[in-house]
Design a protein around this ligand. Structure first.
Ligand SMILES: Cc1cc2nc3c(=O)[nH]c(=O)nc-3n(C[C@H](O)[C@H](O)[C@H](O)COP(=O)(O)O)c2cc1C
Length: 388
């Protein structure tokens, strides 16, 4: 008789356990406003496997398992047209961590495909989810990378919005981060550009740009109302929702009185009229000071394609996930400032002033944080997969 931990499990059971572990890990992927707009469907039934085969363009094989990545429209941001890309980039980051988590347990993606249409591929598909990608996975004797190391990087990664140390970023580290990952399933070469900006005059130019334009984050009625709906007013509130962020996660430690006054100020009914009086410029000046005084570098990512499609957006998310995890391991933190690329006029002006390649979809401060900050929470459902 075999000891319990050596017991043989049926491959479907084994895959179920590996998928559960990988979804729990991938749930910690970054997403705009921590909205976690993803869903995972395990396509295990006969009809669901046939649907997977149809999208992948192959007959389902008995030794393969099939999983689908979905966008959950109940959870997506939609205030700005650019959110459509951001949601798919966030889902791409999630999918990449999920596939890396499976590969680290011996389940390798033999084929992935984004469908021609995001429509439901099979009867029983969750209402309000659209299909983004299907993957076929096969068990092999080798594990790609260490699950423990991946777990460490995923859990240590977080958005750091406070001051960064002033010493320059190590050029050797930047060279490594610029290089696309060679691991299987990484964003295909030639789809995503990665650029570092470390020349002080260009970092100052970005600070000036944000002083002039970052106020749009606060003064745009629809966008601010949506952002405000993701603010959590206490640790208990954050726990009960499992998404969004708290004021200390956005602004650093605040006294109870400061938390209260900030909460009042950020209420759309207060903030939007104040922006009419120019308050958004004061908030933008704070962002600009952070960049000017404590930001040694910037990261910009762009699509090579002029008109990026779904596959480009998922590749952008995959590249972002690989980059962010590698940066975390190297002690480098990120603070995205998406307002600069969410409005077409701003994106074009930014690309011109900083000489950015491709079509920029992500721009971030880069550096070694003075304080780490606390991790954001994840909703319980985000670590679960839907069986079909
Ligand atoms: C595509 C994308 C855009 C983001 N844009 C911003 C941003 O403009 N400002 C910001 O403070 N954080 C931004 N973030 C970070 C998210 O708010 C963060 O990932 C989320 O709150 C979860 O927190 P964590 O990264 O600490 O796990 C962005 C993240 C992604 C994936």
């Amino acid at each position: 008789m075999q000891p319990t931990d050596m017991k043989e499990h049926a491959p479907e059971e084994e895959f179920g356990a590996a998928l559960t572990a990988a979804t729990a890990l991938a749930a910690h992927a970054p997403s705009s406003h921590n909205c976690q707009p993803w869903g995972i469907v395990r396509l295990a039934g006969t009809r669901a496997r046939a649907a997977a085969g149809h999208v992948l363009g192959v007959e389902p094989r008995p030794d393969e398992e099939y999983v689908a990545l979905a966008l959950d429209h109940e959870r997506e941001l939609s205030a700005l047209p650019a959110h459509a890309t951001e949601m798919r980039v966030s889902c791409g980051a999630y999918w990449r961590i999920l596939l890396r988590g499976l590969a680290a347990q011996g389940w390798h993606a033999t084929r992935t495909r984004t469908p021609a249409s995001e429509a439901a591929p099979v009867h029983g598909w969750p209402h309000r989810w659209s299909l983004l990608c299907i993957g076929a996975l096969r068990r092999t004797a080798t594990c790609q990378g260490s699950l423990a190391e991946l777990h460490g990087a995923v859990h240590n990664r977080r958005t750091c919005r406070g001051p960064y140390r002033s010493e320059p970023l190590d050029p050797a580290v930047l060279t490594i981060l610029e290089r696309p990952s060679e691991a299987p399933g990484a964003a295909p070469a030639g789809t995503v550009t990665t650029q570092h900006i470390t020349q002080p005059h260009l970092v100052r130019a970005f600070a000036d740009f944000c002083a002039q334009h970052a106020g749009r984050d606060f003064s745009h009625h629809k966008a601010w109302r949506e952002t405000h709906s993701f603010l959590r007013w206490s640790a208990a509130h954050a726990r009960s929702r499992g998404d969004g962020f708290t004021l200390p996660q956005l602004f650093g430690p605040l006294s109870p009185l400061r938390q209260l006054s900030t909460r009042v100020l950020l209420n759309p009914k207060v903030l939007l009229p104040l922006c009419g009086l120019g308050y958004h410029r004061r908030l933008a000046a704070g962002v600009a000071t952070l960049i000017r005084e404590s930001t040694p570098g910037l990261l910009a990512m762009g699509f090579e394609a002029r008109r990026p499609g779904l596959a480009d957006m998922l590749a952008g998310g995959a590249r972002l996930a690989d980059y962010w995890l590698a940066a975390t391991e190297a002690g480098v933190a990120l603070h995205p400032l998406s307002v600069a690329v969410q409005h077409e006029d701003l994106r074009q002006e930014l690309q011109k002033s900083l000489g950015l390649r491709g079509r920029t979809f992500f721009i971030s401060r880069l550096g070694s944080p003075e304080v780490q900050g606390s991790p954001t929470l994840r909703r319980q459902g985000s670590a679960v997969h839907h069986p079909l």
